[in-house]
Design a protein around this ligand. Structure first.
Ligand SMILES: NC(=O)C1=CN([C@@H]2O[C@H](COP(=O)(O)OP(=O)(O)OC[C@H]3O[C@@H](n4cnc5c(N)ncnc54)[C@H](OP(=O)(O)O)[C@@H]3O)[C@@H](O)[C@H]2O)C=CC1
Ligand SMILES: O=C(O)C1=N[C@H](C(=O)O)C[C@H](O)C1
Length: 240
């Protein structure tokens, strides 16, 4: 039985809690949110795994618990800085850790398709568009940032976050990132590649959050069976 501490009791936290309660291999050891997250620093119950879908401000508390307990960590929260993500990766030296901005299998394949298209179509203009519900706390989405990395693995290209106030032609080589917010959209990601007289558009639409829950639980079960290290979603889900 894997004892799980859940950080986040919002839209994702509620669904994850139900999935954990329904899973015969998992047991919920405690749930934390803004009201009690500081308890993770020194007085939380024992657990084998921490699942965090909350807010970047919870990260120091989650990391403090994982450092102390050496529980495995599956992190789904988005909106982190590069420095925060480096801290998360470094924790892989002590225990099993995964961060992904998206736990859907379809988005994993979209990332591969984006890499393939960008490599095959050098010189084409690329624009990434993400659409989410009105309550989302961060922009651009973590998934859009991951897609940007597939287009520009070396981080060499200029990124235009929206084009408000732009004067003149679109600079060659720039990648555009655009965020739409409204209603209850669970998450849509589009990668547009524009050539002369043609456009390739790769799209993923989430019609419910259950896809993220299913992917996260499946990845978590594989994570706890591994040696300490920082893992990607692909390494856990697609490798033998
Ligand atoms: N990787 C993936 O596949 C996915 C990632 N996400 C990401 O997961 C995160 C949560 O999304 P969602 O559930 O929709 O968001 P919600 O706003 O519905 O829930 C956020 C939760 O985090 C808690 N929280 C907020 N601030 C803090 C804090 N400082 N310390 C501790 N807890 C805090 C909130 O507590 P309280 O309720 O007390 O305010 C709430 O329980 C987001 O970053 C989102 O982008 C979402 C879907 C899929
Ligand atoms: O906040 C959300 O809802 C989502 N967040 C993730 C992100 O930022 O990419 C994943 C998914 O798109 C839903």
């Amino acid at each position: 039985m894997t004892r799980v501490i859940l950080v986040g009791s919002g839209r994702m936290g509620t669904l994850l809690s139900q999935a954990i309660e329904a899973d015969k291999d998992l047991e919920l050891a405690g749930t934390y949110d803004v009201t009690n997250v500081s308890e993770l620093d020194d007085e939380a119950p024992a657990a084998d795994l921490v699942i965090d879908f909350s807010n970047r401000d919870a990260l120091p508390h989650t990391l403090a618990y994982v450092r102390r307990s050496r529980a495995a960590l599956l992190l789904g929260t988005t909106g982190f800085s590069e420095g925060e993500l480096a801290e998360v990766r470094a924790l892989g030296e002590a225990t099993q850790v995964i961060w992904s901005g998206n736990y859907s299998l379809g988005v994993a394949v979209l990332r591969h398709a984006t890499r393939l298209a960008a490599e095959a179509l050098p010189g084409w203009d690329v624009e990434i568009v993400e659409t989410h519900h009105a309550q989302k706390a961060d922009a651009p989405s973590g998934t859009a940032e991951m897609l940007l990395r597939e287009v520009d693995p070396a981080g060499e290209r200029t990124v235009a976050y929206g084009r408000q106030g732009m004067v003149g032609a679109r600079p060659k080589g720039e990648v555009g990132m655009h965020s739409l917010r409204g209603g209850t959209v669970a998450g849509t990601h589009e990668v547009h590649l524009f050539g002369t007289d043609e456009e390739l558009c790769l799209t993923h639409r989430a019609s419910s959050r259950q896809i993220f829950v299913t992917g996260a639980i499946a990845a978590a079960k594989r994570l706890v069976a591994r040696e300490p290290g920082f893992y990607t979603f692909d390494e856990l889900m697609f490798a033998e």
